[in-house]
Design a protein around this ligand. Structure first.
Ligand code: BGC
Length: 376
């Protein structure tokens, strides 16, 4: 993106009365962990941030953090949430493009639905960063910043392997696996990471899936996907499995790809009479949401894979600074994320397992939660 174009487009952006611009502060202080934007350029640059939904805690944190970081450096920011509705997100991005956004940061709802609107963004010279979730089927996505999604699943699978002593030949255990939303590109990676660890134990009979909802290969993961990552849908699916297949047995382990599903699954278990203690299953999760962290402390969830959304925001802010400075943003993976049109240069951050023992040292000491929020 040339500086001239940036300035020209920003000027056009100023004229757009409808853009919800905030933070016109002239502050251009360098931010910790970023390369620091060129102040004048930052002030002339409009960044549109499209987030999927306010209904999940993490996206609120993601949006607030990134917006604050960018505004602090002087950028003009429009942050929009789309209530998990694909059409609404497309409209929001289209509005950002129409109103002169120079850089788009998009956490997509349906990673396959944005090609036309991004083609328009490209025609108007905007730079597009896929945030957390890859955008598929378009050449018009420039960079991708995320956590190592496959590693998230690997950590879940390995946690189950260790907790149950599968490597030592323990079993058989009753497993119920779940996967994330079929329209989210990440969900496949999470499942692949976990299933590569667990499927051999299903095949050897150390893990048994009484419901039969056991994909024969990673490619069949959508058959157990929970649309929209909805807690309520995970809950009713788990209730169905418990009612239909567990009259005379207990579930020992649930592979849940994230915390919103884990919440619904824990609810279904509670309704079916499971209580924390020896007979309570191992349940995995992801995100370290507040409700789930409380469940971890109460022994209703075994772990969560924590992705500190602040570090992702910092990384994206650095990318924005580099783009505006006319430099290539830093990436550390140029092989993994093929979106069907191109391999998108990516920056992958490392996720971290959090159990009851780590809540204080990882989540509280880093300031992710206040001890008081957790009743500690
Ligand atoms: C994110 C997860 C999140 C899930 C549901 C995924 O794309 O990577 O952190 O739990 O979406 O919103």
């Amino acid at each position: 993106m040339s500086m001239r174009r940036t300035l020209g487009r920003a000027a056009a952006g100023f004229a757009a009365a409808t853009l919800a611009l905030t933070g016109l502060a002239a502050c251009s202080a360098e931010r910790e962990g970023t390369t620091g934007g060129e102040s004048a350029a930052a002030e002339e640059t409009i960044v549109g941030i499209a987030m999927p939904t306010r209904s999940l805690e993490r996206w609120n944190n993601d949006g607030d953090h990134l917006k604050a970081l960018l505004e602090e450096a002087g950028y003009k920011v429009s942050l929009q949430y789309a209530d998990n509705k694909v059409e609404q997100q497309i409209t929001q991005i289209q509005n950002m493009v129409n109103e002169g956004a120079d850089i788009l940061v998009v956490a997509s709802i349906d990673g396959t639905a944005l090609a036309p609107v991004l083609a328009d963004a490209k025609a108007k010279d905007a730079t597009v960063i896929a945030y957390d979730r890859l955008i598929n089927g378009t050449p018009d996505v420039d960079y991708y910043a995320t956590f190592d999604n496959e590693l998230v699943g690997t950590l879940q699978g390995q946690f189950i392997e260790e907790q149950l002593g599968l490597k030592d030949g323990e079993g058989p255990f009753n497993l119920e696996p779940f996967a994330g939303s079929p329209d989210d590109n990440n969900a496949k990676f999470f499942f692949k990471g976990a299933w590569d660890v667990l499927l051999p134990y299903v095949e050897s009979g150390q893990l048994v899936v009484p419901s039969g909802k056991s994909p024969a290969s990673v490619d069949e993961w959508t058959s157990i996907g929970i649309q929209g990552w909805e807690s309520a849908k995970a809950q009713s699916e788990m209730e169905n499995r418990l009612n239909s297949f567990y009259q005379d047995k207990k579930v020992n382990v649930v592979l849940s790809p994230n915390d919103s599903l884990a919440l619904g699954i824990a609810q279904a278990l509670e309704s079916a009479g499971y209580a924390p203690g020896a007979e309570y299953p191992v349940i995995t999760g992801q995100d370290a949401d507040l409700a789930n962290t409380k469940n971890i402390l109460a022994d209703k969830q075994s772990m969560s894979v924590w992705k500190d959304t602040r570090t992702l925001g910092n990384q994206v802010a650095k990318m924005v600074d580099s783009i505006v400075a006319g430099e290539e943003p830093e990436v550390n993976d140029t092989e993994t994320y093929d979106n069907g049109e191109k391999v998108v240069p990516s920056f992958l951050l490392e996720p971290q397992v959090v159990t009851k023992d780590d809540v204080e040292s990882a989540l509280v000491e880093s300031g992710f939660f206040d001890a008081s929020e957790l009743g500690l």
